[in-house]
Write a protein that binds this ligand. Sequence first.
Ligand code: URA
Length: 242
Amino acid sequence: MRLQKFLAHAGVTSRRKAEELIAAGRVRVNRRIVRTLGTGVAAGDRVEVDGKQVEIPADFTYAVLHKPQKVMTTLRDPEGRRTVAEMIPKALGRLVPVGRLDYDTSGVLLLTDDGDLAHVLTHPRFGVEKTYRALVRGRLEAADMRAFLAGIRLEEGKTQPAKVRVVRSGAQYSEVDITIHEGRNRQVRRMFEATEHPVVALSRLKFGPISLGELPPGHVREATDREVSALRNIARNTQDDD
Ligand code: URA
């Protein structure tokens, strides 16, 4: 892997800033200052920035799928329904989904072969921030907004406060962005049901630092260095807390 990419992947800084660090003579490989951009590093090499060692991360793959509706978030379905497996390019290797979206929910789904990171990102105790756009029945009133902020009572207990932003309001239907930190089963649908605004359509716009952007449904892109660093930072902070 090229040195600047390695530094970005390791979460040290962005690739561009890494180039500056290298040019400034602040990076050593196997104890020698390296100023040549594009120098290759491999497992076993010792890389230091300002004298501090940077761990070489295993070369995992992180990708983002825009999961369409009517697709299972599994690699195989005993009932023969479509699964996300058919959308993952073979060249990316054996990736698994991080968490789950309902069959009828579309949007951002992170895929990776980094089992440790996947475990941390789905750890209920930590709670990665997730934002969904929901088309719901009816108009949300101030009392509904207060209820979401206070936490909604579901059968297994009250949810944590959710941030809700009305995108478009109408008497028949409203469009709402909702941000939650938990990952209970069908949580968003059940929260809106509890306030008598059943969900008609649901799409995940963000999963932690990963945004859906313009990725068309059914398509996969590799995560950017910046996204991978941000994901690793979440994992690092979580593990420090444990
Ligand atoms: N909440 C839901 O209700 N469904 C999802 O797929 C994700 C969150």
